[in-house]
Design a protein around this ligand. Sequence first.
Ligand code: CA
Length: 222
Amino acid sequence: MRLLLVEDHVPLADELISGLNSKGYAVDWLADGRDAVHQGASEPYDLIILDLGLPGLPGLEVLQQWRSGGLLTPVLILTARGSWAERIEGLKAGADDYLGKPFHPEELQLRIQALLRRSHGLVNQPTLEAAGLQLDESRQCVAQDGVEVQLTAAEFRLLRYFMHHPAQLLSKSHLAEHLYDGETERDSNVIEVHVNHLRRKLGRAVIETRRGQGYRFGATTE
Ligand code: CA
């Protein structure tokens, strides 16, 4: 899952990026509202975290421009603590959720998790379930037929993306765009390696290869 963080307070941005990276999210960071209008609409983000007080262009106007342009990406806004006016304006402008500063990092993680699941039509439960697997996002491991299987960080990120898109055909380049931030060089051969590792751990049928097209997760086991 690839997120855009728009936040001009550098120490907070640093803290959020490292926390989100440790939870397996690829994060692109911007501090300026004008840059955010363009990049948020042109890169395929799974979710956007948007501060409202920004240089260049206020976050509220950034959000309004995204929504009037038809951008459907879930947006979580960061508001001043106790400012009900900001929350109301943000929700009216098309925010999906909000968090008042300061907040606990775990609350942000859980809200992101819930928003991502909701945007994919999935139920928000302690574990994410698809194709007979239960993914524990907080512990980054998966259970299959009651047996817990350990995952590397890269395997967890890939499996989480697959489990949010069951039975969908996903090309290697699509997967790379959603698993790596904009700074990381994308090598689709690496995706293939991780797919093979997941198959070795969870069984070949879990991920189907469509030659020249990509992968389908959970297509044959449902
Ligand atoms: Ca700010």
